[in-house]
Design a protein around this ligand. Structure first.
Ligand SMILES: [Zn+2]
Length: 156
């Protein structure tokens, strides 16, 4: 994505910001896993982290850097900047494109509902992992509220 921005704009800083947006947005996984390890006094394990199984174990799904609301705010901020500071607007737009693409690919590639990517929705349901992963539950056709999403692809 960053290379596309570079090809389109010729701006290295915009390309880097676009690429960084993709990486930064997933740092919430590290923070959440670290908090899980501290809370449950468990030793960090790469396999456990990569599988996402710890979400089901703790019963919550925070991933606070993932949200439609942030995409909307970034789009609005970028649009407002174009008349005032084009260089800053270009960089923010590149960052927004990278972040937005990350959110889109997560939405397509993961088994989470559209509203599961809303931070306001996740707050409303108190980050309840089963409720947020209801698409998976519905697909399984069991509607059992105690059913946990244990598939590693079920997470944001
Ligand atoms: Zn992500």
């Amino acid at each position: 994505m960053g290379s596309s921005v570079w090809a389109l704009t010729g701006k290295a800083d915009a390309a880097v910001l676009c690429g960084m947006a993709n990486v930064i947005s997933d740092t919430d996984h590290l923070l959440e896993y670290a908090a899980y390890c501290v809370k449950y006094r468990t030793k960090p394990e790469l396999r456990e982290f990569m599988s996402g199984e710890y979400f089901a174990r703790k019963g919550t799904l925070g991933v606070v850097f993932h949200a439609h609301e942030y995409v909307a705010a970034l789009v609005i901020a970028s649009a407002m900047l174009w008349k005032k500071n084009q260089r800053l607007a270009q960089n923010l737009t590149a960052f927004t494109a990278g972040y937005g693409m990350h959110m889109l690919l997560d939405l397509i590639g993961n088994d989470c509902t559209w509203r599961g990517y809303s931070i306001l929705y996740r707050i409303r349901v108190r980050f309840d992992e089963v409720t947020i992963c209801s698409k998976k539950r519905i697909k399984r056709g069991n509607g059992n509220e105690s059913q946990k999403c244990v598939d590693s692809n079920a997470y944001i």
